[in-house]
Design a protein around this ligand. Structure first.
Ligand code: HEM
Length: 140
């Protein structure tokens, strides 16, 4: 696969992962402030956003692994890059956990746990910021 194509998908996936964090976080914040639980349709949207976020992270990993190997011959690029992939790994783990939690709660016809969702959104935002700053430093 060409480097240009890999980079395009890497950037597209960043767009999706960021959009999910901002959009999903905003929906949760608005409902929390109103002391309400999202209705069935909004819950569906949140569930789909969760899947999109996880899909975007998986695409970031696949394209990122190829880019590292094709351009730099491996993962030993620099310290900032190491920090970037460690933060990206935590982001992937959190996304898996949240998606499993949301899937299980919807199967049991229960709303997802508020504190888990709030914490995951906050940590997710922090981690994506770390990944982006680390990427800027690593490839500067
Ligand atoms: C949340 C996950 C990720 C985000 C937000 C992200 C973000 C970025 C950004 C913004 C750039 C552009 C940097 C620049 O060209 O100045 C970039 C490039 C790159 N990313 Fe990622 N990335 C993520 C995950 C990964 C992973 C998991 C890997 C490797 C396993 C990876 C490998 C790379 C490589 C090698 C480049 C540089 C390509 C080049 O030299 O132009 N990325 N990433």
């Amino acid at each position: 696969m060409s480097i240009v194509l890999l980079k395009t998908f890497h950037y597209l996936a960043i767009l999706f992962a960021g959009g999910v964090l901002v959009g999903g976080g905003l929906i949760h914040a608005v409902f929390n402030r109103a002391n309400q639980v999202p209705d069935i349709n909004v819950s569906k949207v949140l569930k789909i956003l969760g899947y999109l976020g996880l899909g975007a992270l998986i695409i970031l990993w696949i394209t990122g692994i190829f880019l590292s190997n094709v351009i730099y011959g491996g993962f030993a690029i620099n310290t900032a890059f190491t920090i970037k992939i460690i933060a990206a790994a935590f982001l992937l783990i959190i996304s898996f956990i949240v998606n499993i939690h949301v899937y299980n709660s919807s199967k049991n016809q229960q709303p997802p746990n508020k504190s888990i969702m709030k914490m995951a959104t906050m940590i997710g935002r922090g981690l994506i910021l770390i990944v982006l700053v680390a990427a800027a430093i690593a490839f500067n």
